[in-house]
Design a protein around this ligand. Sequence first.
Ligand code: NAD
Length: 479
Amino acid sequence: MQPEYPDTLLFIDGEWRAANDDATLNVLNPATEMVIGTVARASRVELDAAAQAAARGFDVWRKKSPLERSNLMRAAADLLRSRVDRIAEIMTLEQGKPLEQSRIELRAAADIIDWFAEEGRRTYGQVIPARQPDVMQLAVKHPIGPVAAFTPWNFPINQAVRKIAVALAAGCSIVVKAPEETPAAPAELIRAFADAGVPAGVVGLVYGVPAEISEHLIAHPAIRKISFTGSTPVGKLLAGLAGQQMKPATMELGGHAPVLVAADADLDKAVAQMVAHKFRNAGQVCISPTRFLVEEPLFDSFVDKFVAATEMLVVGDGFSPDSDIGPLANSRRIPAIEALLQDATAQGARIVTGGERVGNKGWFFEPTVVTDAPASAQIMNEEPFGPVAIINRYATLDAMIEEANRLDYGLASYAYARDHTTIHRFANEVSAGMMSINHVGLALPELPFGGVRDSGYGTEGGSDAINAYLDTHFATIKA
Ligand code: NAD
């Protein structure tokens, strides 16, 4: 028997409430396509209420000391940890990922909250030496104000927690528009903050029609900062709306991560790490390794081993302990991936394993390996955002680096090599926000997390992340 799934309400001014007109949207289980519950659909009335509550919440929260804020945040992290098993079930029901992957996401979320809780205590300013002895010059960091955040469905908790933790640590309030497809897990995240004693209005949660909400909240005078995670086209739209209002934005957008595998790489390590990383969350990950650029002498053995390891993976319901890969989170991904594969094969690419939907109930898709896709194939240019690895051969390191840098995306990148000169070349010459060489080491709370060019701007991790939520106020004082 599957666990119970709760209906999700809006959280405004410290209260859980339905929409004024009781409007709701259905939530489906991607493993069964059955309706499992509903989520409240906000209208402008509730959005205004949420923004105004965030303005009042900001006044309260900014006046708390960084230590008080940190203590409340750490209490929320502890509550989240104590609720991992129940919330993980909710997340697997609505998003599909295997239960253990849901638990890992929740534990990671608690770590993110703890890390930013401490970082908020170190938002140092500067005392700048003056030109006269009786003048003191101070540059002080102030929280920027109420934040509007928009988060996607692939990591229902972690995409939201990165924004909430940094905003709260900086002393800002936040209204989150979490994903309508996976609403109940993020609601449990918000509940942990509320139960820990974070005051009313400091954290708000809304759902509805994404374009209506972003247009309304970004323009709302109470909102001072925007943060979005999702696709590049939507990111460009929201960055434009934010720009018109002179509101700064953090944009964590799409990627098409290259993996450069040099001829001297540790083949077994590269295959084991990359197969696990590629198919995690059914490949619906912005930093998912996607274009494997393999130096010619290693190509055949890399493909053989990669395919053998891929064929060991079990696709199934996230509640089955045997499942490595759950369903795709929404029905849109199936035709999108099928169309990309069709176009690739029409242009001469070869599907070596996978390539088909699994069954006709639930949005399951085989882990798929494609080789020899030409640069003109759509799949070499657009994020598949699903369980597809593309492996191509290159004669030289120069050709691999050129291909890695061909796209406008620049989020994650990976490389495997033993020779130090090769490793330095990859690290220096691949243009991406993040690079992980000879291991998988991205996305910890203390590390920068963000892209360049079409993959967005700003970071959602590390010390720099908090600066985007702070203003510098300068005072010069003469005795
Ligand atoms: P999409 O572009 O329609 O939506 C992506 C996300 O943005 C969703 O969460 C959606 O609710 C939200 N969104 C869409 N329009 C919006 C608007 N006008 N205002 C505010 N939010 C809006 O795509 P999709 O079909 O949901 O997802 C597929 C694509 O999205 C993938 O190809 C991938 O590029 C991207 N995506 C990226 C991430 C990431 O982690 N960077 C996460 C999810 C989806």
